[in-house]
Each structure stands twice: as structure tokens, then as C-alpha cells.
Design a binder for this molecule. Structure first.
Ligand code: FAD
Length: 280
């Protein structure tokens, strides 16, 4: 089966300037050549990028491509979520990534609204039935705030049972963690697709910063090798293509039914990786 017959999706984050928007339209044009199932748009928790995300959603729909806006629910009331979902539905959105999000600084737990993603999934199913396909996040190396690995798996299963259609994982560089996670949740009756999230590595510093925040482990050998390249972006990209490319092959060969790319608003590495995989 070729890559384009698998579930392929590309993620973008909102940009602030008209130049950024024009550049993003061009990038999406390039990535559309790879026949993705949809593009997804991140959104800042607490509605912090509401306008930017909405603009991107409108742009993508105008390009006749299915879109999945991310909806982090923390810091939003039920009413606010309903207004946003009604607006998305009226625009033509039919799938979304239902998330808790990260609590904005200065805001505490226990306030109005939802505390966890499973509550949002339940709410969307209750209010909108099957109008939206619901995607949730999965963490093969476990969420950084999880009490324990077992608790995190249990909480993931809770989200699925609340009505998720499929999951996209946090990025990782350790395929064993992904396969173990899939086995563990399958053993608990989860049969939805769990699509690996793929991070094409562009810069060591950015990757190290993100990974520390989200709990994705960069293997020691890879960290040291990337670090040793300093500003030599050509060597970083060459290594990234080899390492991430091999990882994608292992994931697809091992049964992953698709790939979700964290494009970081760039087309180059994602396109090269997908073209290589197409020949695999
Ligand atoms: P949850 O599933 O609610 O889990 C959060 C933590 O709480 C976990 O430790 C879990 O074990 C625990 N937990 C879950 N349910 C319960 C429960 N019922 N009782 C007790 N504990 C529980 N963030 C953004 O702000 N914007 C985005 O656009 C965005 N996009 C993302 C896309 C993907 C594919 C991924 C993987 C992450 C994304 N994130 C985004 C980051 C995400 O919001 C954070 O990782 C956040 O901390 C957790 O969100 P979640 O939906 O996974 O939370």
C-alpha cells in the first residue's frame, strides 16, 4: 500500500502577519501534492490564537481541503466552546482535535469549564452527536503530568470510550514506545487508529526546547550527534531525514495506519520524507 493510501495529515500553527499567511498558503499548496486526508490547525489554550486559527481554517476550507482545528478546552466555558463549534460547523468543519491544552500561567484548576479532554469529548458527542469526527492526543512516552504510566493509559482509554474516532500521538523517536503503547491500549479494548505524530527535525535547539516541555525523549546518541553539528543545518537535515525516515518506515511496516506530520509551517523536510516513503 502506498503512503498516499494511508491516513496522512499535516499540522500548522497560526501566523500573525499577512506575509506569514501568504507563505503558509504556498506551503499548503506544496503539501497538497502529497494528497493528505486533512490539514490540522493548532490553537492556543484559553482562546489565545482564536482569530489566527479561525482564519487558517477558513483559508484551508477555501482551498477545498478538509481541516481539523485543534480545540484545547482549558480556560473556556461550555458556552464559549459551543459558540466556536457552531461557527466551525457552519463553515464546513467536520473533524476536530479535542484537547485539554496547557493551563495558561496565572489560571488555576477547578475553575469553570472542563478539566480534562475526556470531558470535552463527552460534551461534543452529547451536543453534536456524530457531526464531528473527534481526534484525541496520545502519549507513547506518557504525558509529562501523568501520575504513572498505567494512569496515563487509563486516562487515554477514558477519552476513547467517551467517543474519540482516532488518536494522533505526541512525537517520539523511539518506535518501541509507540508499539508498546498501542499493545497496552489494545489490551484494554481500544481499537481506534493511533496515528504516530512525526517531527521532522530542523534545528537542534528548537527540538530540545520543545522536547523538554512536552516530555518527548531525544535518545542520547541523537541529542549528542545533533548538538555536535551546531549551526550546520545541512548535516542536521541529512541526519534527520535518515533517522526520521527510517522510523516512519518501521512504524508503517509495524502496522501504523498513517502518519501525522508536525510540519512546523515548513514544506521541505515533510515533502522529502513523504516522497522517500512513497518509494518504500
Ligand atoms: P488530557 O487527555 O486531559 O490529559 C492531560 C493529563 O491529565 C494527562 O497527564 C492525563 O493522564 C491526565 N488525565 C486525563 N484525564 C484525566 C481524568 N479524567 N482524571 C485525572 N487525570 C486525567 N496544546 C495546545 O494548547 N494547542 C494545540 O493545538 C495542541 N495540539 C496538540 C496536538 C497533539 C496531536 C498533541 C499530542 C498535543 C497537542 N497539544 C496542544 C498539547 C496538549 O494540549 C497538552 O499535551 C496538554 O497538556 C494535554 O492535553 P490532552 O488533551 O492530551 O489532555
Amino acid at each position: 500500500m502506498s503512503l498516499s493510501q494511508k491516513n496522512l495529515s499535516f499540522e500548522f500553527f497560526p501566523v500573525r502577519t499577512p506575509e506569514g499567511r501568504a507563505k503558509q498558503i504556498h506551503i499548503r499548496q506544496q503539501l497538497r501534492e502529497l494528497s493528505p486526508s486533512f490539514f490540522s490547525c493548532t490553537s492556543g489554550a484559553g482562546g489565545s490564537t482564536r482569530e489566527g486559527t479561525l482564519q487558517m481554517v477558513r483559508d484551508i476550507l477555501a482551498e477545498q481541503t478538509p481541516v481539523a482545528p485543534h480545540l484545547p478546552c482549558i480556560g473556556m466555558t461550555e458556552e464559549e466552546i459551543k459558540i466556536l463549534l457552531d461557527e466551525y460547523y457552519a463553515l464546513g468543519v467536520r473533524r476536530l482535535v479535542a484537547l485539554r491544552g496547557d493551563i495558561p500561567s496565572g489560571v488555576g484548576y477547578g475553575m469553570q469549564g472542563f478539566r480534562y479532554a475526556n470531558e470535552l469529548v463527552e460534551f461534543v458527542r452529547q451536543e453534536y452527536n456524530d457531526k464531528f469526527q473527534i481526534i484525541v492526543a496520545a502519549y507513547p512516552e506518557y504525558h509529562p503530568q501523568a501520575q504513572s504510566a498505567a494512569d496515563d493509559v487509563k486516562n487515554f482509554v477514558r477519552k476513547v470510550k467517551a467517543g474519540a474516532d482516532f488518536a494522533i500521538t505526541q512525537y517520539f523517536f523511539n518506535t518501541d514506545a509507540y508499539f508498546r503503547f498501542v499493545d497496552d491500549v489494545r489490551a484494554q479494548g481500544v481499537d481506534i487508529p493511533i496515528i504516530p505524530g512525526i517531527m521532522p527535525i530542523e534545528s537542534f535547539n528548537k527540538l530540545a526546547r520543545f522536547s523538554d516541555l512536552c516530555g518527548a525523549e531525544i535518545p542520547r546518541w541523537l541529542r549528542l550527534k545533533l548538538h555536535s553539528y551546531a549551526d550546520d543545518t545541512a548535516s542536521i537535515k541529512a541526519l534527520a531525514l535518515d533517522v526520521v525516515g527510517e522510523m516512519c518506515e518501521r512504524l508503517l511496516d509495524g502496522g501504523a495506519s498513517g502518519l501525522h506530520f508536525y510540519t512546523m509551517n515548513n514544506a521541505e523536510l515533510t515533502t522529502t520524507l513523504c516522497n522517500r516513503l512513497e518509494k518504500h
